[in-house]
Ligand binder design. Structure first.
Ligand code: DAH
Length: 344
């Protein structure tokens, strides 16, 4: 091929390339053009490959022309590329607007139910005294719920705790006290346990009753445990739960599985004991049942009552939550009304 026609051919390639590059609308289109001209199978590359057909004396000149053509094309390529890139950025900046002045979307963080808050508070106090938290089944044998707690068939105490019978021998537990029997039967002594959970009774729903509620059971078994240990422990619990000024009072009571038994009252944390609407004028609020583990219960659970003594207590969890938050209707705790629950 002669030098002249080579010159024409190169000019045509360059002109064509410049025209199409200047007309390219996108970076992709520009890249396609680059490949078509400068790529392995590109037009200019084809010319270079044809150098072998050029007369040796013309080669330096032709080589120079090819290089110039390449330079021109590459320069334009860069210019157009820069232009298209900045256009693309401009477009993105215009389209992808973030209005930093818009108020952030509020994330609603869930939180604990008042019952759970009360339970964790009770657990914290007793874990601090070295108690271990254990749980028992909600569907329980009559044997554990009644029999091993010294409540034999036909005992009047069974009447007060009427419940739902799955079969003659299996009930929905009426109290967390069966966890005492289960723990003692394991035979690992001494015991310092706390057992929270749901209990059931066939009670009508009203402001202070529900067929399903929660209790927290406590049990301590060791050598030389006395009623003084019971009083000291529960008085300390009351102080931690209701404040350091809280006084406690133990009234004699009856529970079949403890002897002696008591109910513990705390001085009203609202009026300090003077008497108010909250404590119904008495200055005291009933808070839990307790007592020394009955020797017969020990025997039925395989513990020697001559060697070991212990105390137990049972707290109504809802009662604690209602008192703590001054809620006067237990039903509110179960209705799952968000407006109520989010206050705590
Ligand atoms: N289980 C009893 C109830 O539901 C509460 C109770 C009283 C538990 C005395 C105890 C206890 O462990 O010693 O009424």
């Amino acid at each position: 091929m002669s030098e002249i026609s080579m010159q024409e051919k190169l000019s045509a390639i360059v002109k064509n390339a410049l025209d199409s590059m200047n007309g390219a609308q996108t970076l992709d289109a520009l890249n396609d053009i680059r490949v078509n001209v400068l790529g392995k199978k590109g037009e200019l590359t084809a010319v270079l490959k044809g150098m072998k057909d050029v007369a040796p004396e013309d080669r330096p000149k032709v080589g120079q022309m090819v290089n110039e053509a390449r330079d021109t094309i590459e320069k334009t390529l860069e210019t157009v590329k820069t232009k298209l890139e900045s256009e693309k950025l401009e477009r993105q900046l215009a389209e992808e607007i973030i209005d930093v002045t818009l108020p952030a979307r509020k994330v609603e963080v869930g939180h604990r139910h008042p019952n759970t808050i009360a339970l964790e508070e009770v657990e914290r106090i007793f874990i601090g005294m070295g108690y271990e938290v254990v749980e028992g089944p909600e569907v329980e044998y009559d044997l554990y719920n009644f029999e091993k707690l010294n409540i034999p068939a036909n005992h009047p105490a069974k009447d007060e705790q009427d419940t739902f019978y799955v079969t003659k021998d299996i009930v929905l537990r009426t109290q967390t006290s069966p966890c005492q029997a289960r723990e003692m039967e394991k035979g690992r002594l001494p015991i310092r346990m706390l057992s929270p959970g749901r209990v059931f009774r066939s009670d009508e729903v009203d402001a202070t009753h529900s067929p399903s509620f929660h209790q927290v059971e406590g049990l301590v078994v060791d050598k030389n445990i006395t009623f003084a240990d019971l009083k000291g422990t529960l008085a300390q619990f009351a102080k931690e739960l209701f404040g350091p000024e809280t006084k406690t009072k133990f009234r004699p009571h009856h529970f079949p599985f403890t002897e002696p038994s008591a109910e513990m009252d705390v001085s009203c944390f609202k009026c300090g004991g003077k008497g108010c609407r909250f404590c119904k004028g008495s200055g005291w609020i009933e808070i839990l049942g307790c007592g020394m583990v009955h020797p017969h219960v020990f025997e039925m659970c395989g513990i020697d009552p001559d060697e070991y003594t212990g105390f137990a207590f049972g707290v109504g969890l809802e009662r604690i939550a209602l008192l703590k938050y001054e809620i006067d209707d237990m039903r509110l705790l179960y209705e799952n009304d968000y407006r109520f629950l989010k206050q705590f």
